[in-house]
Design a protein around this ligand. Sequence first.
Ligand code: COA
Ligand code: MG
Length: 291
Amino acid sequence: MDHRARPYRSVLYIPGSRARALEKARTLPVDAIIFDLEDAVSIDEKANARQLLTKTLSAGGYDPRAQIVRINGFDTPWGTADLEAIIAASPEAILLPKVNSAADIEALAARLDAHTETADTTIWAMMETPRGILNADQIAGAPRMAGFVIGTNDLAKDLDSRTHPDRTPLLTSLQLCLLAARAHGLVCLDGVYNSFRDEDGLQRESEQGRDMGFDGKTLIHPAQVAAANQVFAPSEAEIDLARRQIAGFETATASGQAIAVVDGSIVENLHVETARATLAKAAVIARLEQA
Ligand code: COA
Ligand code: MG
């Protein structure tokens, strides 16, 4: 299965306890939603959120957005109850927090294997602990895995690192996750930008994540959606260049050459593959936005 065939530009966390936010998300132009039962829900609200979310997901109304449920870890008092409740709603994907090793994923996969409702449910991993980052390769290769979500807040906490605008303290971790995700064909989503009223900061950090290779950005507030959708979609200039690279390469190969020159730069077969991927992604997004 090609997990990266659909776009994941904008991926919004919604606390499973907030009925109004759950309702609002049915109309927001996001590519995916993370319905959260973990850190966005207080201990007092855990049981209510579980019940509200199960009911809400069964009612539906979120297509064509990808729908991912973040449960609590199995080392907490809520993880097993979360999973048991959510299985009834046949979730498309379950996001496991604070994953440390492939064994964590295998344990969840075994539980999903035991129910027909979750025959097609994929697993996503929060990459947010030092041990998890060091084990990224084995985690990415575990059963049912479809994607990584980087938990930059938890990671910075565990690393004892400080916040820098250019994120240099986190770059090694981000890139280890990207390497593992790409090696196994998984989606890889960048962490959240906490200052949700700071548009310039969000734009900068989103562009940095895009340039590193992330598929999209996780978001905490509807005000962040438009920027992520724009940054992670191919621009008009990129689409135009891709078309000209393909055309230039076809002309070159027709005359027996292996390399074309477009805008002063060489275009080889590998660049044409990237150009075709850019056009395919643009086409999927255009179809989605017309629907
Ligand atoms: N998803 C969907 N809708 C959301 C939303 C979200 N994450 N956050 C806010 N909204 C909605 C509100 O319900 C409100 O809708 P309304 O106008 O129809 O009433 C509207 O957007 C404006 O919200 P606003 O008043 O600006 O924000 P707030 O003060 O209610 O909430 C936060 C701010 C940060 C507490 C809230 O955005 C939030 O809980 N975000 C998610 C945090 C999270 O999931 N963290 C865990 C992962 S890091
Ligand atoms: Mg976390």
